[in-house]
Design a protein around this ligand. Structure first.
Ligand SMILES: [Zn+2]
Length: 167
């Protein structure tokens, strides 16, 4: 999963590009996920990264739209990054997907129509929505929250950290 230090600028409106343009701008993995509705390997490197990420936001790797945040992240154990809700609902579109002989709800970026993953409901997870947005981390950009990135350690002044005086 790509990581950036600064929150990228939100797209102003719909982001429409040709296949050739997408191919140039995206990595092969991002292109496969976002533009060809590919699915990354379950429990792969991206998932391991995701599990160790702290506070931060997740943006579309295609258009930078804010999609998810660590506030709605939960550990579903399914092998893909999971959220119980989008961070910005208007940036996420849901669409019925009947490929592979199943009826699923596809999760799409509302700005660039990039494929993100699927959403499943009513699985019994102890979250506020009981929804599992099962997302390909490879299609996201992670931006660690500033506080978390800095994480200043309290500087202890050794001299003033008074030891009990010995008499
Ligand atoms: Zn997008």
């Amino acid at each position: 999963m790509e990581t950036k230090t600064e929150i990228p600028a939100e797209p102003g409106g719909k982001v429409v590009k040709t296949d050739e343009e997408w191919k140039k701008e995206l990595t092969p993995e991002q292109y496969r996920i976002l533009r060809e509705a590919g699915t990354e390997r379950a429990n792969g490197e991206v998932y391991k990264e995701f599990k160790h990420q702290g506070k931060g936001t997740y943006h579309c790797a295609g258009c930078n739209a804010l999609l998810f945040s660590s506030d709605q992240k939960f550990d579903s154990g399914c092998g893909w990054p999971s959220f119980y809700d989008p961070a910005k609902a208007e940036n996420v579109t849901l669409k019925r997907d009947t490929t592979l002989g199943m009826t699923r709800i596809e999760v799409i970026c509302a700005k660039c129509e990039g494929h993100l993953g699927h959403v499943f409901e009513g699985e019994g997870f102890d979250t506020p929505t009981d929804k599992r947005f099962c997302i390909n981390g490879g299609g996201l950009i992670y931006v660690p929250a500033k506080e978390a990135a800095k994480e200043e350690k309290p500087v202890k002044d050794e001299k003033s950290a008074a030891k009990p005086e010995e008499k």
